[in-house]
Write a protein that binds this ligand. Structure first.
Ligand SMILES: NC(=O)c1ccc[n+]([C@@H]2O[C@H](COP(=O)([O-])OP(=O)(O)OC[C@H]3O[C@@H](n4cnc5c(N)ncnc54)[C@H](O)[C@@H]3O)[C@@H](O)[C@H]2O)c1
Length: 260
């Protein structure tokens, strides 16, 4: 599989370096693109097998690519998604928060179907999407995601915990775009984006990015607690998110798929 990466930050760089080390079977990295050219150059120089650096998105799209990894931003996903699908490529989406917009998501998912392409949304910084997908077949009574992060990663300086947000997943994705992709991934997996309640707490006592997922359903209740190690180069991002992206890339094209 020939991969192109948009966004040479924490996740994009990690994936590129894992591919470079030969840790992702059957995947070659052919093109990288970042609006901050220095980021693309830094990544390029850290690799042994060097991809092409695209100077524009248009040049990126002309590259020798089957699958595009978007590891950039919600704006990037909104701007590029249709063009990527139109160019006959599949797409791995990290900025899942952009999919909270019903109109954008509806049009994009319909377009992908019409064009016979695929979109992959990794579990990202959370776990349990397999369980939620299964539960989406029965009645989900309630679903709640409580996210607790060090204040600095939420742009605050606090001495005691403060609830920054309590409301719907859709509003959380709009108001905390870089921090709440997980809510959208969970909401879409459980087909319950409208029902998912989100609480975001800035807590000076925590050192990791913590997520607690609580779901009550006809088929049983689920509670998952995650304490994620922040990524050194971008503490807003959890290491698990990059690993989950890596795992999706490894599973594309596999003959045996476990879980899901
Ligand atoms: N799904 C999840 O659970 C999850 C978890 C963590 C991060 N994310 C999201 O994944 C994305 C990447 O995360 P990251 O930690 O690597 O971010 P990062 O800030 O470290 O890197 C993003 C890179 O993308 C580049 N970029 C931004 N807009 C661009 C555009 N329009 N075109 C080309 N390049 C562009 C930036 O210059 C930057 O170098 C972010 O949107 C983040 O919110 C999702």
């Amino acid at each position: 599989m020939r991969l192109g990466i948009i966004g040479c930050g924490a996740i994009g760089s990690y994936i590129a370096q894992e591919i470079d080390k030969g840790n992702v079977e059957n995947v070659v990295l052919n093109v990288i693109y970042d609006t901050q050219v220095d980021k693309a150059f830094w990544l390029y120089s850290s690799l042994e097998k060097r991809p092409v650096i695209a100077e524009s998105f248009e040049e990126f799209l002309k590259g020798d690519i089957d699958v595009v990894l978007e590891a950039a931003s919600q704006e990037a996903l909104r701007a590029y998604a249709f063009k990527i699908i139109d160019a006959g490529k599949d797409l791995v989406v990290m900025s899942a928060g952009a999919l909270a917009d019903d109109e954008f998501r509806g049009r994009l998912f319909e377009y992908v179907k019409r064009k016979g392409r695929k979109i992959y949304v990794p579990s990202g910084a959370v776990a349990g999407l397999d369980g939620l997908k299964a539960l989406s077949n029965v009645k989900i009574r309630s679903a709640k995601l409580t996210t607790r992060k060090p204040p600095a990663t939420l742009g605050r300086s606090l001495t005691k915990p403060e609830i920054l947000f309590s409301g719907s997943a859709v509003d959380a994705a709009r108001l905390f775009p870089q921090n709440i992709n997980v809510a959208v991934a969970l909401g879409l997996a459980g087909d319950m984006l409208e029902k998912l309640e989100v609480v975001i707490i800035a807590d000076p006592k925590v050192k990791s990015n913590e997520h607690t997922i609580e779901v009550k359903s006809e088929a049983g209740n689920l509670k998952i607690v995650l304490k994620n190690v922040p990524f050194p180069s971008n503490p807003k991002t959890s290491f698990l998110a990059a690993l989950s992206c890596l795992e999706i890339l490894k599973s594309i094209g596999k003959n045996v798929v476990i879980g899901g």
